[in-house]
Each structure stands twice: as structure tokens, then as C-alpha cells.
Write a protein that binds this ligand. Structure first.
Ligand code: ATP
Ligand code: MG
Length: 267
């Protein structure tokens, strides 16, 4: 199953991507977590140990490898291969984390102009396609907010798009755009998840707003000070306090997704 997590900056994408990865791995699924956010902090939420973390080089910064893969022999500068060979990259550069899970850090790309198709972008795009369409693990992608690298082919590989919102209209605005884009690109299961929810009134408001969207609220996660405390102590939230309200609710979300996985794949 390929899961992608998206939403506005700071809503809790990395928390959800990292914790779900841990829960799948703990349940003996083979898991590959993908960090596609320029802040690259999924390794913290996953609880990757410091010495491994120090060794990680994001793929987007492997200039030599990118040049080698995208160069076209004999071509003038500015001409490059937009369909580079990438199938060996995940297994070469992934690192091992707790519960046997694996992490691949793609990193972010600074785009000089919107729509730039520089070699780094071409490689990351192809890599995402490869990860979402060609692999057979549980793949969890912590996406960057704008879904820049999501093309139609790649989107079709996504079995579940989790769109995360905070209880705020601004955050819901972006969710609406992401949901529409995901639908257009052919993603079949799009789930809205509210995070940092303080009371039922907020859930009511969210439900009011999404009534017309055909994507109802799938799950809501409470605001949980233990998640902030974990962050402050540099410890993965699931290791810091697995019994906190937020972690308990994430386990419920995990069980829903596991049931869906069974429905979709175990014929
Ligand atoms: N349910 C929650 N309760 C309390 N704090 C939370 C909760 N979820 C996330 N946080 C805190 O909110 C902050 C943002 O969370 P996170 O990094 O997961 O969001 P993000 O969407 O990945 O952000 P970015 O767009 O910057 O990558 C973190 O400090 C995290 O500890
Ligand atoms: Mg993040």
C-alpha cells in the first residue's frame, strides 16, 4: 500500500507519516518511509538514531550522481535526460530505522522559477514514480506542501492520500485544493484527517465546511502536549509516550488504514 501525507505547513504531516510508518513496521509490515519535505525532519519522528541520522545525505544534494544519471553524452549544456535510471537508488541510499523500517530522504529542491525542469527535479520526479508505482512495500511519503513533484502517473500509484488539516479555515482552504488536484490526478482514496483538535465544536465546524466536498472527515487527532514534549526532548513521540492521547488516536487511524489495506489487497 502506498500512502501519501499532504497538507499545509505545520499541520502535522511529519508526525502522522512518521508514526504510521512505525506502527506498520511494528506490525511486521515491510515499510519504506520517504521524506520529500525540504525541512527533512521525518528522521526525528521515526526515531532514527543519531549516528545514522548524521550520515544521511538527501538524494537532491547528490549532485554528482544526479549529473551522471541525467547527462546526455555529446549534448550541449542545458540539455539533459528527463527519464533517468533510478530503480537502484532506493535500495542503495535508504537507511535502517527502529522496528526494521527503512527511510529514504529525497530532500527538497529550490526552484529558481516555477515549473523548472532542472536535472534534480527530473530525478526526484522519476524516483517518486518508481517508489509509488514499482515497489511492493508499505511506502509512506511525507510530501512537501505544494505537491510539486506529483504527476499523473505518480499520483495513480498512491493508494491513499491523507490530507491533514488543523482546525482552521486557512488550512482547510489548502486541503480543498489538494483534494481537487488529487481527484484530478486520479487518486482513488482521499482521506481528510484533522489534527490538533481541542473540542467537538471544532469538529462540527470542519464538518460544516467539508459538507460539499465528497470527502468527509475520516479521522480526528487531538491536540496533545506530549507530542510537543517529545519534540522538545528530541525523542520520537511514539517512543516518548506511546500512551498519550495523540498516540492512542494515531493507533486508531492506523487500524482503520490496516483494515483498508486488507480490503484493497488481500483478495
Ligand atoms: N496533535 C498534536 N498535538 C500537539 N502538537 C502537535 C500535534 N501534531 C503536531 N504537533 C506539533 O506541531 C508541529 C508541526 O508538526 P509536524 O512537523 O508534524 O508538521 P508538518 O506538517 O510536517 O510541518 P512542515 O510543513 O513544517 O513539515 C510540531 O512541533 C509538532 O510537534
Ligand atoms: Mg514536515
Amino acid at each position: 500500500m502506498k500512502l501519501a501525507i499532504s497538507g499545509k505547513g505545520g499541520v502535522g504531516k511529519t508526525l502522522i507519516a512518521g508514526t504510521l510508518s512505525r506502527l506498520f513496521a511494528r506490525d511486521n509490515f515491510k515499510v519504506l518511509a520517504i521524506d520529500n519535505d525540504s525541512a527533512m525532519n521525518l528522521s526525528y519522528t521515526l526515531g532514527i538514531d543519531d549516528s545514522t541520522k548524521a550520515k544521511i545525505v538527501p538524494i537532491s544534494e547528490m549532485k554528482e550522481m544526479i549529473n551522471e544519471r541525467t547527462s546526455v553524452s555529446g549534448a550541449e549544456s542545458g540539455v539533459y535526460n528527463i527519464n533517468p535510471e533510478v530503480s537502484d537508488i532506493p535500495d542503495r541510499f535508504k537507511v535502517e530505522g527502529p522496528d526494521g523500517l527503512q527511510l529514504l530522504v529525497l530532500g527538497g529542491i529550490e526552484e529558481p522559477l516555477s515549473g523548472c525542469l532542472c536535472p534534480e527535479n527530473a530525478l526526484i520526479r522519476k524516483l517518486l514514480y518508481n517508489l509509488l508505482v514499482k515497489r511492493d512495500e508499505v511506502v509512506v511519503v511525507d510530501f512537501e506542501a505544494g505537491l510539486e513533484h506529483l504527476g499523473r502517473g505518480t499520483a495513480k500509484g498512491i493508494d491513499v492520500m491523507i490530507v491533514v488539516t488543523e482546525p482552521s479555515q486557512k488550512s482547510l482552504d489548502l486541503c480543498h485544493k489538494i483534494i481537487e488536484l488529487s481527484k484530478k490526478l486520479g487518486v482513488l482514496n482521499i482521506f481528510l484527517v484533522a489534527n490538533k483538535v481541542i473540542n467537538d465544536k471544532q469538529i462540527e465546524k470542519i464538518n460544516e465546511r467539508v459538507r460539499e466536498w465528497q470527502v468527509p472527515l475520516y479521522h480526528s487527532l487531538p491536540y496533545d502536549t506530549e507530542i510537543g514534549n517529545a519534540d522538545l526532548n528530541g525523542i520520537s513521540p511514539i517512543d516518548y509516550n506511546p500512551q498519550s492521547d495523540g498516540m492512542k488516536s494515531l493507533k486508531v487511524l492506523y487500524l482503520k488504514l490496516k483494515a483498508l489495506k486488507k480490503e484493497l489487497f488481500d483478495l
